[in-house]
Design a protein around this ligand. Sequence first.
Ligand code: ZN
Length: 177
Amino acid sequence: MAGIFAFKCRSCGDVHEGSPSFAFRAPDPYVNLSAEDKASRATLDSDVCTIAYEDQTDRFIRAVLEVPIHGQEDPFLWGIWVSVSEKSLQRYLDTLDDPVPGDGFFGWLSNQIGIYPSADMRPANVFIQQEGDRPKVVIHTNGRENDPLVIDQQNGISVERAQELAELAMHGQGREE
Ligand SMILES: [Zn+2]
């Protein structure tokens, strides 16, 4: 039976309702730019970010990464940015109003998720959704069998683990907001 995820928080004592959802406002490479570089080199809106360097331009789109919660209808949700090629970005923008079912492309996760640290960038497949829904990312499993985020995305997590991760993400180490 699917239910609504809710728990009494061991950190703040409140009851948090709804499956946990955390969003990054920008990809890490943008956040790390100086104010001057943000203004002169980069663009950022709610769905697309670009950074122009001397020799190349990096392009990012906003996507969602879902981690299923066992027995719950809604997944644990991360609003993250992925780095994509010029061609992929063009395709994404061209089909934004009329997405093609089954469309997708490759991308690199471009946010460090505090509770899921990673020494390197995670490769992923980006799956285009119906109009109005952000693309979904599924991390490549090959060679990343020991990555806790890969394991959680593949297997899903228990309600207990979801609560624990939500408490850490909201109040503890790895806080993103
Ligand atoms: Zn709390």
